[in-house]
Write a protein that binds this ligand. Structure first.
Ligand code: SAH
Ligand code: SF4
Ligand code: F3S
Length: 444
């Protein structure tokens, strides 16, 4: 049977999806290889969130032409959000792409691959579904360290933030049966995994109504409670929370389980109420700050991270300053910071003007990055002297004598290895830091 090689770009959901694709194809007899020179199919799981994400894939496709000259049998397929956005047009624009499959069409991959091989024609499957959750597929853990794994708990998004392409590339929101989620987490724990991250575009709107009569619906706090109850030695993380739906009940459940990691990713996008409204985020800065206060009330040691967009349509200098103010108020531990990129088909593309010049977007972004760098360093300095439980993940990139791991707050800590091993929980005292990393030593 032929070999497949999978390359993944984009968010954690895409990485989780690639593991489902690997599983689906392995079941049909394909072998997943990690040597691109020794494969029959290259599957590229793509992202469409910003224009530069798509440009990167186009560049990669051009690079792969040389490999296809050397290995004439190789067929390239595009999966994921860019496949869904562009559908068969992508195979016209990029001659060396033989097939495309969107996020809800992965069960058709064995069929697509066979068709491409046998008839030599191109093939596409890009229909979105309202029910597909791949709940029955046991993912093949690609490139896993055997310690932490992703579990997809829902798919799609229907929040329609004005700038965002995801509702168009991933379809309607749907939640996966909680029994299959808990079973997957338990199976990972039994295999020796120590950490699972539950994934969805907006986990706070997770809701599963069992078809069996008389069972109450399961919401996200209840799901977290069930997964966290598997074992106190299994850490549980989740992403992403939409601020509009972050409930006190979730915070209560988080505070009640020591193995639910004290870290919340709460994308703010902007500090300006006018921008938030234009973005269709369904909260304002006061609501957002109230949720931050609630997090701190339930869990004073919780780290908070965010996403932000600089230079959204018609953003004024004053509104940009409001974003900086928001960063000063919340004092995030980490932030993913982006320049606005207009995406076709979105509300913004249809109704708004991309009127902030690129140089101005860059300036605003750089101001946010500089401020956040300073805040992260100050936050980390406050950790010096504290001792944390750390889950050891592997060898430090800098030195074989050092290991790295993360504390509950998701901060990376590097320390001299002594006799510690990946997969262990150890106590580490922080002795020094940079804006990105804590340094420490093992305490007995
Ligand atoms: N579902 C998640 C976000 C997924 S996309 C949530 O709602 O929080 C990750 C981040 O990419 C978003 O939070 C946003 O900050 C950024 N993003 C999305 N569309 C963008 C665009 N068109 N231009 C720039 N950044 C964008
Ligand atoms: Fe995009 Fe908004 Fe959905 Fe997040 S919640 S995926 S930003 S539409
Ligand atoms: Fe990108 Fe799709 Fe994720 S657009 S961010 S890969 S949901």
């Amino acid at each position: 049977m032929p070999n497949i090689y999978i390359e993944t770009y984009g968010c954690q959901m895409n990485f989780a999806d690639s593991e489902i694709v690997a599983s689906l194809l392995q079941k049909e007899g394909y072998t997943v290889v990690d040597d691109i020179e020794n494969t029959d199919y290259i599957l590229i799981n793509t992202c469409a969130i910003r224009d530069n994400a798509e440009q990167r894939i186009r560049k990669r496709l051009h690079e792969l032409r040389a490999l296809q000259q050397r290995h004439r049998q190789v067929r390239i397929g595009i999966l994921g959000c860019m496949a869904e956005r562009l559908q068969s047009q992508l195979m016209v624009e990029e001659e060396n792409v033989s097939f495309v499959a969107g996020p809800d069409a992965y069960r058709q991959l064995p069929d697509l691959l066979a068709r491409v091989r046998q008839s030599g024609t191109k093939a596409a499957a890009t229909e979105l579904s309202t029910t597909e959750t791949y709940a029955d597929i046991e993912p093949v853990r690609l490139g896993s360290n055997g310690i932490s794994a992703y579990i997809s708990i829902m798919r799609g998004c229907q929040n329609y933030c004005a700038y965002c392409v995801v509702p168009y590339t991933r379809g309607r929101e749907r939640s996966r049966d909680p029994q299959t989620i808990v079973a997957e987490a338990r199976s990972l724990f039994d295999q020796g995994y120590k950490e699972v991250t539950l994934l969805g575009q907006n986990v706070n709107s997770y809701r599963f109504q069992s078809p069996a009569e008389g069972l109450p619906p399961v919401d996200f706090p209840e799901l977290m409670h069930r997964v966290a109850s598997i074992s106190p030695l299994l850490r549980v993380r989740f992403a992403t929370s939409h601020p509009k739906d972050l409930s006190d009940r979730l915070l209560e459940v988080m505070a009640a389980h020591s193995n639910i990691c004290k870290c919340i990713h709460l994308p703010v996008q902007s500090g300006s109420d006018r921008m938030l409204k234009l973005m269709n985020r369904h909260y304002d800065s006061a609501w957002y700050l109230d949720r931050i206060a609630a997090i701190r009330r339930y869990m004073p040691d919780c780290s908070i991270t965010t996403d932000v967009i600089a230079g959204f349509c018609s953003e004024t200098e004053e509104e940009h300053q409001m974003t900086l103010d928001m960063f000063r108020k919340v004092r995030y531990d980490y932030a993913y910071m982006f320049k606005f990129s207009m995406r076709p088909d979105t509300y913004a593309a249809k109704h708004l003007q991309d009127d902030i010049p690129d140089a101005e977007k860059t300036r605003r972004l750089e101001e946010i990055i500089a401020l956040q760098g300073q805040i992260a360093l100050e936050n980390n300095r406050k950790e010096v002297g504290k001792t944390f439980e750390v889950l050891v993940e592997g060898e430090s990139h800098r030195s074989k004598e050092q290991l790295f791991g993360r504390n509950s707050q998701n901060k990376v800590i590097v320390f001299d290895r002594q006799d510690a091993r990946p997969g262990q929980y150890i106590q580490v005292k922080v002795t020094d830091c940079t804006a990105a990393t804590l340094k420490g030593e093992i305490v007995r």
